[in-house]
Ligand binder design. Structure first.
Ligand code: PLP
Length: 358
């Protein structure tokens, strides 16, 4: 038997989640965010399954070039723009759009030579204080861009720091700063990530940029994915490779972290942090065995986890274990492990076999 760790990718769920974006932001173009290997789901396969996306957003040239070379003709936006002078030619040659967020990138564009039209997305820092031009500099940045021969359309963007929190005033503050800064430019506007798409309709503007909601993770704290009508795209699963009877007081795994409270059966499942299952998931973290809840017992190893099978008297070697996905939201597992769904999804390793259906 090959190693049973599997990520089943449900393309129907992806399309359902995409249609949720259309439903809640019907007047906006959709830039599907598929950076980081489409949040761990497979860059090209996700792009293929999103033919109605108006654009794809990626983090780097490698991702963009993979898409172009796979034959995608849609607009592709490099969300961190260019990193060096050589990038100007590649971006132009592969017909990519570039975000520019810093004076150093503006200088690279001014020094480079464009052979064909290049659209840019000027990123403004409206309050996140990570990337972006000062909103007061919009007019000067725009004027310098317009002076570059072959420069195409200029769009304007920003990113929210707290849109996941529906009570946080920062989102409206950022929106107002943005609208004030770009009002006179006439360029297309984009601000909304998944949280803003679902929670802040005033932010939708010309383009929305969904990431996590496409993959079925909840972007809004305190709201389950199911309550937002999002479906899990990835179901990470494996199988039991051992089931052993243990005695009360037996310690399980590295560090003797967890001790059997009674005589019990412990299952061993073939998945671990070497596959992207979070090492910090504590004993008690939820898993599912044969479709029913069970709990992690002891530390996560590189290739294995141990599972308390007290409530699974019939479980045996070969039985299915689900780590997250259908029946067990990735957000629930992320919360148990002290992280977010994004990190879990992006972290699924190349050793896991991916199966696409739908
Ligand atoms: C610029 C930008 N837009 C949109 C997104 C999508 O965000 P989310 O996955 O929260 O929808 C990201 C992701 O980090 C991003 O960096």
């Amino acid at each position: 038997m090959t190693r049973p760790a599997r990520a089943r990718i449900n393309l129907h769920a992806l399309q359902h989640n995409f249609s949720r974006v259309r439903q809640v932001a019907p007047h906006s173009n959709i830039m599907a965010i598929i950076k980081a290997n489409a949040y761990g789901h497979g860059l090209v396969r996700m792009a293929q399954a999103l033919p109605a996306a108006d654009a794809f957003g990626v983090a780097c040239l490698d991702e963009a070039i993979s898409l172009r070379e796979a034959g995608f003709d849609q607009r592709i936006v490099l969300l961190e723009g260019l990193f060096s002078a050589e990038d100007v030619g590649l971006i132009n040659g592969y017909r990519l759009d570039a975000v520019i967020h810093h004076a150093s990138q503006l200088a690279l564009l001014e020094q480079g030579r464009l052979l064909r039209s290049l659209d840019v997305w000027v990123k403004l820092d409206t309050g996140m204080h990570r990337l972006g031009f000062d909103p007061d500099s919009v007019a000067s940045v725009t004027a310098r861009l317009r002076a570059i021969p072959q420069l195409g359309n200029i769009h304007y963007m920003s990113h929210f720091c707290c849109a996941d929190d529906l009570d946080n005033a920062a989102t409206n503050r950022q929106l107002q700063v943005f609208l004030g800064a770009v009002a006179a430019t006439g360029g297309e506007q984009t601000l909304a990530n998944s949280a803003a798409i679902l929670g802040w309709p005033d932010t939708h503007r010309d383009w929305v940029r969904p990431g996590i909601m496409l993959y079925g993770g909840s972007p809004l704290s305190g709201h389950s994915a199911q309550s937002l009508d999002l479906q899990p795209v990835m179901t990470l699963g494996t199988r039991l490779i051992a089931v052993n009877a243990r005695r009360q007081g037996d310690a399980i795994g590295y560090g003797e972290d967890w001790t059997c409270p009674v005589d019990m059966r412990i299952g061993v499942a073939a998945i671990g942090y070497g596959d992207g299952y979070p090492r910090h998931a504590p004993s008690g973290a939820p898993v599912r065995v044969n479709g029913k809840p069970a709990a992690l017992a002891g530390r996560v190893s590189m290739d294995m986890i141990c599972i308390d099978l007290s409530d699974h008297p019939d479980a045996q070697v070969g039985d299915e274990v689900i780590l997250w996905g259908e029946g067990l939201p990735v957000d629930t597992v992320a919360a148990a492990a002290g992280t977010i769904s994004y990190e879990l999804l992006c972290g699924v390793g190349s050793r896991v076999q991916f199966e696409y259906h739908g």
